[in-house]
Write a protein that binds this ligand. Structure first.
Ligand code: SF4
Ligand code: SF4
Length: 102
């Protein structure tokens, strides 16, 4: 009987853990404003400076611009959704760059 109860407890824990939603940043929508980083209570969001293709010189060499982009550190998000709320507040629901990780 104890073994069955223990098994049910384990299954309950696994199912509960899987209910937590993790979030990720859609890089095509992120402007790098940093509002999500300010809102995250766990400090798991970084705003990186990255190079983006900008053009090609006449000799064929590529040149780059820099831009800022948010990144949620994997496996550390607890799914509270505060980053998504902050992004929606700034960019509207349709412009929000934070999505549920599938
Ligand atoms: S609030 Fe939205 S647009 Fe701003 S840095 Fe975060 S994900 Fe990007
Ligand atoms: S859902 Fe919560 S813990 Fe996860 S990145 Fe957003 S604010 Fe941080």
């Amino acid at each position: 009987m104890k073994n069955i109860l223990f098994l049910f407890l384990c299954l309950f824990c696994i199912v509960s853990c899987n209910k937590n939603t993790e979030y990720q940043v859609n890089p095509t929508k992120c402007s790098g404003c940093g509002e999500c980083k300010k809102a995250c209570p766990n400090g798991v969001i970084a705003v990186d400076i990255i190079n983006v293709d900008s053009g090609v010189f006449s000799d064929g060499t590529k040149y780059y611009d820099t831009t800022r982009r948010a990144r949620i550190r994997p496996n550390r998000c607890v799914g509270c959704g505060k980053c998504k709320q902050a992004c929606e507040k700034r960019n509207g629901k349709d412009g929000c760059a934070i999505e549920e990780r599938k």
